[in-house]
Design a protein around this ligand. Structure first.
Ligand code: NAP
Length: 352
């Protein structure tokens, strides 16, 4: 199953809003005879690829798969049919599929046809791998990754708003990799004004993220890099003032003006969920990241800490907004990863 999980990860960025899935086949003697993974949205599922790789050797064998085989016709025929046809005797599944059209139905069909079915091997790892998929299915919103680069003293810009560059080239390259696998990249109006960032993935990744600026006022600049590059990556303005006159050049340039009624963060997340966005990346600044924190909507953090000091009581720290008043209210993240990147330190953590 560990091998199947490692295969599943190869689909990251290519398969969403589908889940990442990997499969490994053992023949009747317990020898590995094939493996496969779900490689792209709409493409064949992991089981089908693993069965194709195994051929006749699957007969009497065991299929290890990280997610319950599907039993409905979606973009491809049901995997349960392929499994039954293959002559596999036993199926070991890491986790049941929460997708409503499957939800235990795939396991039932296999059992009804006399196969031995076990569920729950490496379940925690499988659930962790597909946490964004599960979030979208259960809470109808994307998984939110918050990213910032800060100094040793916890500042994301100088007191004048300068932040180019706090982190080093290797850290920034890692951010570009992340940008290349998410559905949207978000910044607040303040960051757009201060930095005029391009926010594309360079080099390009598995998918092209929409670029979203969040602005209650809609008072956006008349020109900026985004307006010149709408054809490269879509631009969306999420605003509670869709009729603001400053938005006319944005409309004319081909940006989408997305009016949000009511509280911004839940409203925007619900809309992005309706668009089946699975992962979104919030790149700052402090105001927007603080809004996500205050809405308890940060699922994963990527903090880049550079060995520089900035100082200044007026220099921003990563999370603005209102914040908490007592430590008991704090969200404690788990699953911590740490890497040293040419002297910067990258810390990632996620909702436990
Ligand atoms: N080091 C880093 O990783 C990093 C990353 C990004 C930015 N930065 C730095 O951060 C600074 C900018 O940060 P900032 O805090 O001033 O600005 P910001 O967070 O980029 O933008 C704040 C603006 O976003 C809009 N906004 C945020 N939350 C909202 C909500 N819940 N509803 C509606 N609108 C919302 C508001 O726009 P309206 O005014 O229109 O209401 C608000 O004024 C710059 O100096 C930049 O260089 C650093």
């Amino acid at each position: 199953m560990q091998r199947a999980l490692a295969l599943a990860v190869l689909g990251r960025g290519f398969v969403e809003p589908n889940p990442m899935v990997g499969a490994v086949l053992l023949d009747a003697n317990g020898a590995v005879v094939g493996g496969g993974f779900h490689g792209r949205f709409g493409g064949p599922h992991a089981e089908v690829n693993a069965l194709a790789a195994s051929g006749d050797a699957a007969r009497g064998g065991t299929l290890f798969v990280t997610l319950e085989p599907c039993c409905h016709t979606g973009k491809t025929p049901p995997c349960t049919e392929a499994v039954l046809k293959s002559g596999v005797r036993r199926v070991v599944v890491a986790m049941a599929d929460p997708f409503p059209a499957v939800a235990g139905g795939g396991l039932q069909i296999l059992r009804d046809n006399g196969l031995s079915v076990d569920v729950g091997l490496c379940e925690a790892e499988a659930e962790r791998l597909n946490a964004p998929y599960r979030m979208l299915l259960r809470q109808h919103r994307p998984w939110v990754i918050a990213k910032w680069a800060m100094s040793l003293d916890g500042k994301i810009a100088t007191r004048n708003g300068d932040s180019k560059w706090i982190s080093n080239a290797r850290s920034r390259a890692k951010v570009h990799e992340l940008r290349g696998r998410v559905d949207a990249i978000l910044v607040g109006r303040g960051t757009l004004l201060a930095d005029d960032p391009l926010l594309t993935a360079r080099p390009a990744g598995a998918r092209i993220a929409a670029r979203i600026v969040v602005s209650a006022s809609g008072k956006l600049p008349e020109t900026c890099q985004w307006l010149l590059t709408v054809a490269q990556a879509p631009v969306i303005v999420a605003t509670t003032a869709p009729d603001a006159r400053e938005l006319a050049p944005w409309r004319n340039a081909g940006a989408e003006i997305l009016g949000i009624d009511g509280p911004m963060i839940p409203g925007l997340l619900a809309e992005l969920g309706r668009r089946r966005m699975t992962n979104i990346l919030v790149e700052g600044g402090a105001g927007l990241l603080g809004s996500f924190r205050d809405a308890d909507a940060i699922d994963e953090v990527h903090a880049y800490i550079a060995p520089v000091s900035i100082g200044g009581v007026n220099a921003l720290s990563p999370l603005g907004g209102v914040g908490i008043s007592a430590m008991v209210e704090a969200v404690r993240f788990g699953d911590v990863s740490v890497e040293v990147l040419d002297g910067d330190v990258w810390i990632a953590a996620r909702r436990a």
